[in-house]
Design a protein around this ligand. Structure first.
Ligand code: SF4
Length: 116
């Protein structure tokens, strides 16, 4: 059981099920996210932070990680692998990431969404 009172900021009751669930980050203000310790870090920084936790804080252990099937493995050094940085595939991924996504009006207005 988590006793950190800050965690409640990130939780909501699902109106469909009555279950306590995590809020969608898109429905939270900057202040709420920062109060939970979440800043505007790049996803690669988040992966690196997760790997640091997984490796008990050891940067050397992240470097030596042998779990090659982990979905984060090729990003564990906190950057995209050189082959993707150099290739057209990397450029295509960046272009796809920068493409605007259509957001439904009620979602854009900040309505709390139920889990899918
Ligand atoms: S890549 Fe390795 S260190 Fe990072 S989360 Fe996966 S298993 Fe842990």
């Amino acid at each position: 059981m988590n006793t950190d009172p800050r965690q409640e900021l990130g939780l909501v009751i699902d109106p469909k099920t009555g279950e306590l669930i995590g809020r969608h980050p898109d429905d939270m203000s900057e202040e709420e996210l920062r109060a939970l310790g979440h800043g505007p870090d790049l996803p690669l920084d988040c992966i690196r932070a997760f790997c640091r936790t997984c490796s008990n804080g050891s940067v050397a252990e992240i470097r030596k990680c042998t779990r090659t099937t982990c979905p984060l493995w090729s990003y564990r050094m906190g950057k995209r692998p050189a082959v993707w940085r150099r290739s057209d595939l990397g450029a295509a991924a960046r272009a796809a990431r920068n493409t605007k996504i259509q957001v439904p009006a009620e979602q854009a207005a900040g309505a709390i969404r139920a889990p899918s």
